[in-house]
Design a protein around this ligand. Structure first.
Ligand SMILES: NC(=O)c1ccc[n+]([C@@H]2O[C@H](COP(=O)([O-])OP(=O)(O)OC[C@H]3O[C@@H](n4cnc5c(N)ncnc54)[C@H](O)[C@@H]3O)[C@@H](O)[C@H]2O)c1
Length: 312
């Protein structure tokens, strides 16, 4: 029994080199033709090139997910080229941000707009295209652990990812009569594994791991000297021990799971959240990490990007 997306057409928004590109590649490796959206032409070109060098078929669907005419335009160009859309992955978002004492009106507004309006407009126009054509499709909205739990320093992000979680349940109700499924997927700080991104980070001297083993410092700590009452609200430190299986995985792990969620095997799964995080979110507050020697680790990763490593 093999999972296959052969004959299906997918649209992935925000196909940057990390998770969006990883999901787009996975859908392609499982057999779908993939349209990749982003505001960045560079990201679209790189995601298409990655799919094509791995033997898949892709097209560009450029533009800002918050603009309705733009969304209608690229949805229509995908329909014009491939006749239908079976899979939508609402992935575009602005990461990072600030805490409630520091976030700006414009920063909050734009972050919420990209996530809320982008998710709504793409679901609306792709959902309409599915319903009109009798396509019993799958829509996946990318959430975040910040949509379920609180972290200091990301109040707009927490607000819109929490919104995504309940939007999914409402849209699942709207689209159920058409056989269209709507679910969320929650990544939790995956370790990037796009060879091109890793090569770029190596050139920039950045650590390739989302979960840094021994980082120190603080987020939300006092900025400047004119507010002596400010308290730090979040610290960095070893995160791996906070993940019961020792790793939150990679965009490839996310891609396998999203591909399965979009396959016909998941035909009755709607309105749920799927999470791949090595047990990170399941912990009780009293969780005490095991020592590294006590963690067997997961099975080996089933790799999807089969191209040779990029030169650094
Ligand atoms: N990286 C993580 O640790 C992490 C953890 C949990 C959830 N997520 C979620 O996964 C998704 C992808 O994250 P990522 O790390 O790959 O982020 P990323 O920043 O690398 O990619 C997001 C992409 O969205 C694009 N984008 C932004 N605004 C847009 C707009 N208006 N229209 C079209 N495209 C737009 C950006 O250009 C970028 O390429 C996001 O929804 C993010 O919230 C990420």
């Amino acid at each position: 029994m093999e999972i296959s997306l052969e004959g299906k057409v997918a649209l992935v928004t925000g196909a940057g080199p990390n998770i969006g590109s990883g999901i787009a590649l996975a859908l392609s490796k499982y057999g779908a033709k993939v349209a990749v959206n982003d505001v960045s032409k560079e990201s679209i070109d790189a995601a298409i090139a990655r799919i094509e060098r791995n033997g898949g078929e892709a097209m560009a669907a450029p533009g800002d997910v918050t603009d309705e005419e733009t969304v209608k335009g690229y949805v229509s160009s995908v329909l014009g080229k491939w006749g239908k859309i079976d899979i939508l992955v609402n992935n575009a978002a602005l990461l990072g941000g600030r805490g409630v004492l520091d976030e700006t009106e414009e920063g909050f507004r734009r972050a919420v707009l990209v996530s809320a309006m982008g998710t709504f407009l793409n679901t609306k126009w792709v959902g309409r295209s599915m319903a009109e054509r009798g396509v019993k499709g799958s829509i996946v909205c990318i959430s975040s652990s910040n949509g379920w739990n609180g972290s200091a320093g990301v109040c707009a992000y927490a607000f819109h990812k929490g919104g995504v979680n309940n939007f999914v349940r409402a849209a699942a109700m709207d689209l159920a009569p058409y056989g269209i499924r709507v679910n969320s997927f929650t990544p939790t700080a995956p370790n990037p594994d796009n060879p091109e991104l890793l090569a770029q980070w190596a050139r920039e001297g950045r650590t390739p791991f989302g979960l840094r083993p021994g980082a120190t410092g603080g987020l939300g700590a006092p900025e400047g000297t004119d507010e002596p009452w400010r308290k730090p609200a979040r610290f960095e430190g070893p995160r791996n021990p906070m993940v019961p299986m020792g790793t939150t995985g990679t965009p490839t792990d996310i891609g396998h799971a999203v591909a399965w969620l979009c396959s016909d095997y998941a035909r009755l799964i709607s309105g749920i959240d799927l999470v791949v995080d090595g047990g990170a979110r399941a912990k009780n507050f009293a969780y005490v990490p095991a020592g590294p020697d006590s963690i067997a680790g997961p099975l080996p990763l089933i790799v999807l990007d089969e191209t040779p490593p990029f030169e650094g």
